[in-house]
Ligand binder design. Sequence first.
Ligand SMILES: NC(=O)CC[C@H](N)C(=O)O
Length: 315
Amino acid sequence: MAEIETMPELEQALAEVAAEMAERTDRGEVATYIPQLGKVDPKKFGIAAVTNDGRVILAGDADQPFSIQSVSKVFTLTLALGKVGDALWQRVGREPSGNPFNSIVQLEHENGIPRNPFINAGAIVVSDVLLAGHQPREAIGEILRFIQFLADDETIVIDRDVAASERATGYRNFALANYMKSFGNLHHAPELALGVYFHHCAIAMSCRQLAMAGRFLANGGRNPATGHSVVSAERARRIGALMLTCGHYDGSGDFAFRVGIPGKSGVGGGILGIVPGVASLAVWSPGLNENGNSKLGSIALEKLARMMNWSIFAP
Ligand SMILES: NC(=O)CC[C@H](N)C(=O)O
């Protein structure tokens, strides 16, 4: 893997990738099933890299906040593991689903235990875990404050319009939650777990803020700026493994094949990418590919990884 000393080229690489993406006309489709997300300009593109030695490199619309959607599932998983540790795995699996993010079919065969914490059903169980001993408002506040702390940025907020828009149209997520409740795999009322879920999906962040928040995963569980431990090195590796195998739903294999680093996508068009030992990356382009992952975001990370010789499989 490229050494940090060789990184003056990183600035150049980011600028090149952003310029190339600005030219492209095949930008995918912006998600409209959450009406509020459909209002976003498909021409937006931002990319940010925060290196373990503290450099922040930005290109394009890297300072414009967007709806992080399922990227938030990395942070809720981290919090839930902190709360209940390995007991979480009795309620959520760790296998790629090979199905779309909002699929219901596997849940019946697998007795209401979602395949992994990154598909919607799994993230709703994680929200239910975070709700224990709290009112939904407190659980939502805890998630937001954790992300603000990781990013070292108190300006990060929840977009209430996106949360309301998703609640108003979230019939499938209600179906998933009710179905899991019938198997006893939700401990709270479905609408409470979903209240937490919809709000953490509606957190708005820029690429800069997202890459900052991911730093601990690129640095063995520690914030590289302060040296403070967020999670153990082992837990950081395991979260990375889940991102690699499950972070892009039924497109996870293709992302691993093409990009070669752990990543987590969201239907807002954001992706968080982790280059272990080197950098935390965030990219945003609202148009999605057929698997619901950012089309140009994936292509941009593929190009960047190739230019920088970044892959967890590189010698
Ligand atoms: N893939 C995603 O980002 C999906 C998250 C979205 N909030 C949903 O539940 O449908």
